[in-house]
Write a protein that binds this ligand. Structure first.
Ligand code: ACO
Length: 325
């Protein structure tokens, strides 16, 4: 029995030029390179320049993904842009990207699921493609978290950075087996009881301001590993796969300790884990496509590899995606 699958045609990413090291941060707030590396694995993050918006990062990542896929932008009929830091309250940052790419057909919209945004975007695009509504999709994660950080709060400002990543998906008929290329399954969850553990204290309808990120770090940490492993077990059960079948684990790059603990609990071998958090910190919805692009470009992720993605973030929201490259 054949099945329509969302097959990856290419991916790309973009990081702003300016790098902020732990040592530079330690000159601003009471912290140290040693504390940040030991607790998070982060060594540096990239910061968008003045006048450089989320849309600009997204456009660069989208162009890189289209070039990698070797396709014309005009063949894209769906753009899903995951972000919690849009250029403006509206219109969607996705339409700025669409316009910059010269696309004036199809649909483009933003999706807000904080750090899980890329997984939620991937699942949404996958459903649209498999339903036949659209043929080729760009799924982008792009963030400028530097704009919503309280730079006097050492507990949060050391964790996040700016960046963007993108993937191109195409609806293709496949045999309908677990050896198919493309997205094999996605699992999404959210639980609003945890809203106050990670949030931004402003917004258009509440304060009329943008606000700053606030987080109970220990509480987030406490829930993260359990939530991540639950949706990954769902993915294994749905597809009849196990940790041994996975070629690459590309998790949301929030914190090396959360990633290591999740991989350990799931019995995923450390050499299969793609880690880039040291280079760009937590870039929220952008982190998975940023890490994926590194692993594709350096030759680790190859056609036919089984790739497991997961994320967890504000809300809480969390999710997994299992795909064959
Ligand atoms: N530098 C030095 N000391 C610091 C810093 C800092 N940057 N930040 C906090 N501290 C201090 C605290 O003030 C506290 O001092 P005290 O003991 O004198 O009161 C001490 O370090 C311990 O603070 P905790 O918050 O308990 O430290 P913890 O070991 O929990 O580490 C961290 C904090 C790294 C935030 C951890 O809780 C964590 O990783 N949480 C997960 C958060 C996360 O990844 N969020 C990302 C968004 S959600 C997602 O993407 C999954």
């Amino acid at each position: 029995m054949t099945a329509i699958r969302s097959v990856v045609l290419g991916c790309g990413s973009y990081l702003p030029r300016q790098i902020l090291t732990n040592a530079e941060l330690a000159a601003r707030v009471d912290t140290s390179d040693e504390w940040i590396v030991q607790r998070t694995g982060i060594k540096q993050r990239h910061i968008a320049a003045e006048g450089e918006f989320t849309s600009h990062l997204a456009i660069n990542a989208a162009r890189a993904a289209l070039a990698d896929a070797g396709i014309d932008a005009q063949s894209i009929d769906l753009i899903v842009l995951a972000t919690s830091t849009p250029d403006n309250t509206f219109p969607a940052t996705a339409v700025a990207v669409q316009n910059a790419l010269g696309i004036h057909h199809g649909a483009a919209f933003d999706l807000q699921a904080v750090c899980s945004g890329f997984i939620f975007g991937l699942a949404s695009a996958d459903n649209f493609l498999r339903s036949g509504a659209f043929k080729r999709a760009l799924v982008i994660g792009a963030e400028t978290f530097s704009r919503i950080l309280d730079w006097n709060d050492r507990a949060t400002c050391v964790l996040f950075g700016d960046g963007a990543g993108a993937i191109v998906l195409e609806a293709q008929p496949q045999p309908g087996e677990s050896s198919d290329r493309g997205i094999l399954t996605t699992h999404l969850r959210s639980d609003g009881r945890h809203q106050s553990k990670l949030y931004v204290d402003g917004g258009p309808s509440s304060t009329g301001t943008v606000g700053h990120l606030r987080m109970e770090g220990r509480e987030v940490f406490k829930h993260a590993v359990g939530m991540i492993t639950d949706v990954i077990v769902d993915a294994f059960q749905k597809t009849g796969t196990t940790a041994d079948d996975i070629d690459w684990f590309v998790p949301h790059q929030a914190n090396k300790r959360i990633i290591d603990a999740s991989a350990h609990k799931l019995h995923i071998a450390p050499q299969k884990v793609v880690l880039t958090v040291d280079q760009h910190g937590n870039t929220s919805a952008a982190s998975i496509p940023l890490a994926l692009t590194v692993a594709v470009r350096d030759g680790r992720v190859k056609k036919g590899d089984l790739v497991l993605l997961e994320a967890m973030g504000g809300g809480f929201t969390w999710g997994s995606a299992l795909l064959r490259w």
